[in-house]
Design a protein around this ligand. Structure first.
Ligand code: ADP
Length: 496
């Protein structure tokens, strides 16, 4: 991406898209419109990128009626034909790279590098779940009985699935959950995060262009209230959700309280992610991986590093080196190619992070912050921050942004460090930098986390090779982008 021959024309093309006013509205808009909300740029809150038209209760009701009517036909198509449509959608996404990069940047404040990674991941999800649909949803599994009779097990969609997605991966997570539900033979009602409906609306439009019938995949924009309507409908057979632990609990309650089928909940929620660095670690590698894990995407990744544990005999030297790299981070406009850290998503997120930093300063912790260039006061910028703490247990909530906490430990206390990390109740990612095989085995055997990263950065999912997801307060599993994901969207039927 850093090649000027690629960048010059790319920036030119993105500039041309700036004048478009994007709109997100329900797939089948009713005559009585819901509330219309402006979508502004996190980089500059005075610039409107487009509008969101919230779905009404009537539209939610009508969406379920259409979805229920069409789902058996979609299911009967079989895995192979659904796969062809998802693969065509992947082609369409690639053909609209510029629009997606522009939207990710303007609506979500993503740097170009993050935008490219996001689009890549979305396309990978589409192709991978297409391949999985062929593998699991086409031919039945033959189960011979003891007397030689042929029994079969077939995988089917569960019915109408709802997907409720977050703003931090407005394309990849949005399309990952929806395409998995579709691949498995469900009709899908999907609600993107209220901050990022425009990227989702473009994605749904291209899915329809690719041939997926509009009744099979319906977009219902809105905030939490629309999500609440969708997830309390008696017709929902399952919900795939990514967002906060609190909202996952609310959805669980909605599903339990309905007068409908027992519904599945697939939830991917927050984390309190740590990295342990012992004195055998390679310092240059630690610096690079810590900065990427904590500050890439302005720290707004589920997997992002929040608490770095440094072994005490190397802690001062390591911290000095990390501070060197940290102070050189370039904060600013995500459209500027030199930018490492863009804005956070909205003024609420910004205020919550600033409150956390102010509390740390008030309790006399060591706090270091990056330099903020001019112009950042127009948007939701938070200066990257390092705060020294005693333990991960000092932090009582997730701080979703460019804030890294650093604690120290003695080698004989490694067991206690792992116990404290487990005691948070979260279980998403954990990093370890150590050249000692016994330490790796020790931590791996005790840590209750979904994704354990050894001697590398901890920045999320790679479809197929590093499927992603947590346990405990971090989610239900199974892992997105992994071989067991689609089965949770399905029901099994045996003929014997
Ligand atoms: P975040 O902290 O990442 O914004 P949220 O859990 O608040 O996480 O939001 C994630 C998604 O859940 C968003 O699409 C949001 O609109 C939706 N949501 C929020 N509240 C509810 C609810 N009560 N029921 C269903 N969906 C909800």
């Amino acid at each position: 991406l850093s090649d000027p021959l690629v960048l010059g024309p790319l920036q030119e093309r993105l500039k041309r898209l700036e004048s478009i006013q994007w709109r997100a509205e329900p797939t089948f808009p009713a005559e009585e419109p819901g509330e219309i909300a402006p979508i502004t740029m996190p980089h500059d809150l005075t610039v409107e990128v487009g509008t969101r038209r919230d779905a009404t209760a009537e539209e939610v009701d009508a969406a379920y009626a259409r979805a229920e009517a069409i789902q058996p036909g979609w299911d009967a198509l079989g895995g192979d034909r659904r796969a062809l449509l998802l693969e065509e959608a992947a082609n369409q996404f690639e053909a609209h790279t510029d629009e997606f990069l522009s939207l990710c940047q303007r609506e979500a404040g993503k740097t170009l590098l993050d935008g490219v990674a996001e689009l890549r991941e979305a396309v990978d999800f589409l192709r991978y779940y297409a391949a999985e649909a062929r593998r699991q949803f086409d031919e039945p599994l033959y189960l011979p009985g003891p007397t030689g009779e042929e029994n079969t097990l077939r995988m089917h969609g569960r019915g109408v699935f709802a997907t409720i997605s977050p703003w931090n991966f407005p394309l990849a997570i949005f399309i990952g959950m929806a395409s998995a539900a579709l691949a498995a033979g469900n009709a899908v009602i999907t609600k993107p995060a209220e901050q990022t409906p425009l990227t989702a609306a473009l994605a749904v439009k291209l899915m329809h262009h690719a041939g997926i019938p509009p009744e099979v995949l319906q977009l219902l924009p809105g905030a939490g209230e629309v999500g609440q309507l969708i997830t309390s409908d008696p017709r929902v057979a399952g919900v795939a959700f990514t967002g906060s632990t609190e909202t996952a609990r609310l959805i669980n309650q909605s599903l339990a309280g309905r007068d409908g089928p027992i519904a599945t909940l697939i939830a991917e929620t927050g984390g309190q992610n740590a990295m342990i660095v012992d004195s055998s670690a390679l310092p240059e590698q630690v610096v690079r991986d810590v900065l990427a894990s904590a500050f890439q995407s302005a720290g707004q990744r589920c997997s992002a590093l929040r608490v770095l544990y440094l072994q005490d005999d190397v802690a001062d030297d390591m911290l000095a080196m990390i501070r060197g790299g940290f102070e050189a981070l370039h904060v600013g406009d995500p459209a500027d190619l030199a930018t490492d850290v863009g804005p956070v998503i909205d003024p609420d997120a910004q205020a919550a992070l600033e409150r956390h930093v102010a509390r740390s300063i008030a309790s006399e912790r060591n706090v270091a912050r990056c330099f903020m260039p001019e112009g950042t006061d127009k948007g939701c910028y938070v200066a990257p921050t390092i705060i020294e703490v005693d333990s991960i247990l000092d932090l009582n909530r997730e701080n979703f942004g460019p804030v890294l906490h650093v604690a120290r430990f003695k080698s004989e206390d490694l067991g206690q460090v792992v116990a404290d990390i487990n005691a948070t109740g979260y279980g998403l990612t954990l990093g370890l930098h150590s050249r000692i095989a016994a330490t790796r085995r020790y931590v791996q055997a005790r840590a209750k986390v979904g994704n354990f990263y050894v001697n590398r950065n901890q920045i999320g999912a790679i479809v197929e090779s590093q499927p992603f997801g947590g346990e405990g307060l971090s989610g239900t599993g199974p892992k997105a982008g992994g071989p067991n994901y689609l089965a949770r969207f399905a029901t099994e039927r045996v003929t014997c």
